[in-house]
Design a protein. Structure first.
Length: 530
């Protein structure tokens, strides 16, 4: 746990030093509200020093999480309430300092400001206003999104407006309220995942560690004040209703979609869970349609199409960037992007299919003893949400570390498996890739180093993530991420033991053949499955 706490401590130190290459400049402070930092003039944070602090925070946090996951697999039994309290405390203290590395929160404030002055953030950009007139909030925004309309759902837009109402015309205070609106849903979503694991103390401890006490998620979501957790909070609430009320589950995922459209992949998973029960599937769709229809048809009809804009971008730290750059040498940028898009969407289906055959079936706690977990809508929805989320994340052209929240949440509910390590391998370099991460001028040495991490190291490791998924599908009995050597006697923290015997023909993610040696899957009693 020392690494988890140390990661937050390093983050706090970098932020408390004040505006720098990694810490946002929020303008004048006119209240005692957080975020707090040293007054101007006391120190001049060196760009290398603060960047190294953040890189260290990410690496130490990832290492601490890896050690904690191995400890859980080896029998460590932490008290769930203490783990939840630790994660909550670390998350809350993180917003005591300014957001780091990403200036997205300044754009959230800008979109709320546009609404405050009577403009539509889905049709007008912040730059169109501050380039023609002085504005006390918009002047503090940063590149590169100043010329981009809002891509967020109506609920997020409403919170951006509320933050402006609470913070007035002071960017510092507006950002504080946006930080609150980021951390509270993060905590509540983590609490919901822990509740999904009720009745199984070991699974609850895993749920707490991989969500609320997860240092790489605290960094990716909370330290940057990203709004990802809001949609996930509603979606988790929807999952909690899967065994009780399909209509209420639909309301939950519908509200989630009103925050971010990308959470719709969870909605597909929930619909898949009810595929053999048409009445429940219809109730789910009806519940989803009510908030979605009201938000995107009546309230903000332009929001839905703007929310789809990210699908056409290529992020530098993704696998797609080197492919796009290579193709760009032989064709126009437009055609290169089309080809990469075809690869991306084709890969999504292929990786989703591979994961559907490989991810182990483990019941979400609470299923009646002896019941078939493959008929349980909650277990199906959680497992399918994980499969689709991971497939989308690892194949998407535009992907960032805070997007990973939608995969870690369902992953935390299920038993330990190889995706624990795969997702850690994915999020760590993506987080490192965006340090400093802002579109500001830095020294040539730091600029060169940061760009090589972003455009070379991170994409290579994203290819490694894809390779790990394919190898898992090819050799599901092997515990290593990259099984390139001949099998031997190996023990893994994923509860997979190789004894040299012939592997099962069905694999951990496939149902056993009728009359074969497989055992009918039943509800988990808290033990790890082989």
């Amino acid at each position: 746990m020392a690494g988890i706490v140390a990661a937050t401590a390093l983050t706090l130190l970098a932020g408390f030093l004040g505006p720098s290459a990694v810490t946002l400049t929020l303008g004048p402070r006119r209240s005692l509200l957080p975020p707090w930092y040293l007054p101007a003039g006391i120190v001049q944070p060196n760009e290398w020093a603060v960047s190294a602090l953040v890189w260290a925070a990410i690496v130490v946090g990832a290492a601490g999480l890896f050690v904690a996951m191995r400890a859980l697999a080896d029998g460590w039994k932490p008290r769930v309430r203490r783990l939840f309290a630790l994660g909550t405390g670390l998350s809350l203290i993180t917003i005591a300092v300014p957001p780091l590395t990403s200036a997205d929160v300044l754009m959230y404030a800008a979109y709320g400001r546009l609404q405050t002055i009577g403009r539509d953030p889905y049709e007008l950009t912040p730059a169109e206003v501050f380039r023609s007139q002085f504005d006390p909030v918009l002047r503090w925004t940063e590149r590169p999104w100043q010329d981009t309309p809002s891509v967020y759902g109506p609920i997020i837009s409403w919170l951006q407006l509320l933050a402006n109402k609470l913070g007035g015309e002071n960017m510092h205070d507006i950002v504080f309220w946006l930080q609150v609106f980021a951390v509270v849903p993060f905590i509540l979503a983590g609490a919901g995942v822990i509740m999904l694991a009720h009745g199984d103390a070991r699974r609850q401890a895993r749920a707490a560690l991989l969500t609320i006490a997860n240092p790489v998620l605290i960094w990716a979501v909370v330290a940057g004040a990203h709004n990802e957790a809001l949609s996930v909070m509603f979606a988790v609430a929807g999952l909690m209703m899967m065994r009780k009320s399909p209509f209420a589950a639909g309301i939950g995922i519908g509200l989630a979609g009103c925050a971010k459209v990308s959470i719709g992949i969870w909605g597909l998973a929930m619909l898949w869970a009810y595929r053999k029960e048409p009445k429940k599937a219809l109730l789910l769709c009806l519940g989803t349609a009510l908030p979605m229809g009201w938000a995107y048809i009546i309230w903000q009809p332009t929001a839905f199409f703007q929310a789809l804009r990210n699908g056409g971008y290529v992020s530098v730290g993704s696998w797609a960037n080197p492919v796009f750059r290579l193709l760009d040498l032989f064709m126009t940028g437009f055609h290169a992007k089309v080809v990469v898009g075809v690869i991306s969407y084709s890969g999504l289906f292929v990786i989703a299919w591979m994961l559907s055959r490989t991810v182990p079936w483990t019941a979400v706690p609470g299923l009646a003893r002896g019941a078939d977990l493959r008929q349980d809508p909650l277990t199906i929805a959680v497992r399918t949400s994980l499969v689709l989320s991971v497939a989308w994340l690892v194949t998407s052209m535009y992907t960032l570390s805070w997007y990973d929240l939608i995969a870690w949440m369902p992953l935390a509910v299920l038993a330990a498996n190889k995706l624990d390590r795969i997702m850690l391998l994915r999020i760590t370099p993506l987080s490192l890739a965006y340090v400093p991460g802002r579109a500001i001028d830095v020294g040539p040495a730091l600029d060169f180093t940061a760009n090589r991490v972003r455009d070379t190291v991170s994409p290579l490791l994203q290819f490694a993530v894809l390779a790990a998924v394919v190898l898992w599908w090819r050799r599901p009995e092997r515990p290593e991420l990259f099984p390139v050597r001949a099998p031997g006697s190996t023990t893994s923290g994923d509860a997979t033991v190789h004894t040299g015997s012939v592997p099962s023909a069905v694999g951990p993610g496939r149902p056993p053949a009728a009359g074969g040696r497989g055992v009918r899957p039943v509800a988990s009693s808290g033990r790890r499955r082989r």
